[in-house]
Design a protein around this ligand. Structure first.
Ligand code: FAD
Length: 341
């Protein structure tokens, strides 16, 4: 894809003002703290702006990549060519029903900790299991984020999507469609949106990023409809505090992107990685956490290639020793020609 960043920057600045940046280090926008520059970075705060941006990229044939809070991605050291847009659509409405339930319509850019802090003191339960999930609710739909047997899918009723799939072939405007719960194919860390994104491993064991389209992903979550229930604010506060304490005890304090691999059926990736002797393993500035072996942490100055080297080691050794093909939970984003150190 050829891309004239100067021209795109000038045009987008005219339309979206100071939210557009040039040569923006992605290390600033992901919890790993690694990754090279995006040619152009933009934070999109309204659904209308998202539609306008996608339309503009489709017309101009500019590559666009969507992100949320960057808590489940590993950006390449070479960064991302084209435009990276953070979905930061905020705001929500809450309808109180007589039967003790409530209906939340919320922007995809709202983060879990923020919405929980707003809802719990007002006695609304349903999302209180997620104070330790630092991503956006939109990002949460993609991997059906959750913990300890709870997940977003249990309370999610529908999502609105900016559907840009037709833009791949021709410069048409995207449409907005609503998917009901049954259409989302939600299961453990999975949704219909993840089906084509699974990271594969090559013959040397290196992780290979999923192929990228002009507008990636082609279905962009803009709004969510979530069913809540009335609960006692103190009970909710106690549950939230317990989740937070558990996290503090079990998860590393350094920068990371949460769990690296999904847990295989009936087992735990952390246990398997520890069993093959890789707990604490270091490559460059990255380390398989001493506290939880399914976390890779940035001890300072890690490169994305250090992280993928550890991913390769863990995936290969677990496969050799246990015959289990661990699936990556986090996603690789950007220019991944050289993947390991
Ligand atoms: C310390 C830590 C703890 C964590 N604990 C948990 C946990 O307990 N449970 C859990 O499930 N996860 C956990 N995570 C992972 C992460 O927070 C979740 O996966 C989260 O849902 C990702 O949201 P995000 O906004 O950061 O998405 P990003 O990381 O920005 O993006 C992830 C993927 O979703 C896509 N995407 C993002 N927003 C949209 C959108 N609006 N429309 C379409 N596609 C989109 C991106 O293109 C990308 O492919 C943890 C992460 C960290 C750093």
């Amino acid at each position: 894809m050829s891309f004239d960043a100067e021209n795109a920057y000038t045009e987008l600045r005219t339309r979206f003002g100071e939210r557009v940046r040039h040569d923006e280090p992605l290390a600033r926008h992901g919890t790993f703290g690694v990754g090279g520059p995006a040619d152009i970075w933009i934070s999109v705060e309204r659904s209308e702006d998202l539609v306008e941006l996608v339309t503009c990229c489709a017309e101009q044939r500019w590559p666009l990549m969507i992100t949320g809070n960057g808590t489940n991605v590993l950006y390449a050291d070479a960064g991302v060519r084209g435009i990276v847009a953070r979905v930061a659509i905020q705001g929500y409405t809450l309808d109180d029903h007589d039967d003790g339930s409530g209906f939340l319509q919320v922007g995809a850019g709202v983060s879990w900790p923020r919405i929980i802090n707003d809802l719990a003191p007002r006695g609304w339960g349903g999302l209180e299991f997620g104070p330790g999930i630092p991503g956006t609710l939109g990002g949460g739909v993609i991997s059906n984020a959750g913990v300890h047997g709870h997940d977003l899918g249990q309370v999610l009723e529908w999502v609105d999507i900016v559907d840009a799939r037709a833009c791949e072939e021709q410069p048409v405007a995207p449409t907005v469609i609503r998917y009901q719960h049954a259409e989302l194919e939600l299961s453990y860390r999975h949704s219909r949106f993840r089906a084509q994104r699974r990271v594969q491993f090559d013959e040397q064991g290196n992780p290979i990023a999923a192929p990228r389209k002009l507008i990636e992903p082609g279905e962009i979550v803009s709004q969510l409809g979530i069913r809540l229930h009335r609960d006692d604010p103190q009970t909710l506060r106690a549950a939230i505090d317990e989740h937070k304490q558990y996290r503090k005890r079990t998860q590393p304090p350094q920068q990371s992107a949460g769990s690296v691999f999904k847990n295989p059926d009936g087992d735990f990736s952390g246990r398997l990685i520890e069993a093959v002797g890789l707990k604490g393993e270091i490559r460059g500035g990255a380390q398989i956490s001493e506290r939880h072996a399914n976390f890779i942490v940035n001890n300072g100055g890690a490169r994305a290639a250090d992280v993928t080297t550890l991913i390769r080691e863990a995936h290969t050794r677990v496969f050799e020793q246990f015959g289990i093909d661990l699936e990556l939970e986090l996603e690789l984003r950007g220019e991944w020609k050289v993947t390991t150190t």
